[in-house]
Design a protein around this ligand. Structure first.
Ligand SMILES: CC(C)(COP(=O)(O)OP(=O)(O)OC[C@H]1O[C@@H](n2cnc3c(N)ncnc32)[C@H](O)[C@@H]1OP(=O)(O)O)[C@@H](O)C(=O)NCCC(=O)NCCS
Length: 156
């Protein structure tokens, strides 16, 4: 790990963050490339599925984000990404810690996620956070076609 960043603030994502979030996602091959409307729906408190969307701000600029859907007692971590320049500084870990706290408060006991079988950076992050393998979805992803590992974490 390079030195952790002291001035990272984790806060809820707002509509004003979506441009920057799209920019970060587009710059990362492994990040899901959602349409703007999907992020906007994630911010809609009246949506059918509730989502918690957080950003990490470093020196006034959004550097990363995470989105989870909440179906208590289960939640799905749908995306987590950090801009390349600021990776490996503990930002994803900070985002996840905050997200897990919010999910617990929402009555969540288990978090599940899918990750590309080739995405070793993300798998190392998730396993370090305590996720364990819970299944395999064969040829789940397209562009390129690839298996998904299903990981699960029981919130203590
Ligand atoms: C996966 C990702 C979110 C990690 O973000 P990050 O802010 O760099 O992660 P952190 O600095 O909090 O790292 C936490 C731990 O994850 C693991 N990790 C993160 N990046 C790693 C890398 N390049 N190589 C090996 N392990 C890595 C390490 O265990 C690390 O702990 P350590 O630095 O103390 O060894 C980031 O690499 C990313 O945005 N990747 C592209 C998008 C993506 O794949 N998202 C997940 C699928 S949606």
């Amino acid at each position: 790990m390079i030195d952790e960043l002291p001035r990272v603030e984790i806060r809820p994502m707002t509509a004003a963050d979506v441009d920057r979030v799209l920019e970060i996602a587009a710059s990362l091959r492994e990040a899901p490339h959602w349409a703007r409307a999907v992020y906007e729906a994630a911010l809609d408190a009246r949506a059918h599925v509730r989502r918690i969307a957080l950003v990490a701000e470093e020196q006034g600029a959004v550097a990363g984000f995470a989105v989870a859907s909440v179906m208590a007692p289960e939640a799905e971590l749908e995306t987590i990404a950090v801009e390349a320049r600021l990776q490996r500084r503990g930002i994803a870990r900070r985002l996840f810690a905050e997200l897990a706290g919010e999910l617990r408060r929402a009555g969540v006991r288990d978090i599940v996620l899918e990750v590309r079988a080739s995405n070793m950076r993300a798998q190392t992050l998730y396993k370090g956070l305590g996720f364990a393998e819970a299944g395999l979805r064969t040829r789940y992803y397209v562009d390129p076609v690839e298996d998904a590992l299903v990981l699960r974490l029981e919130l203590g």
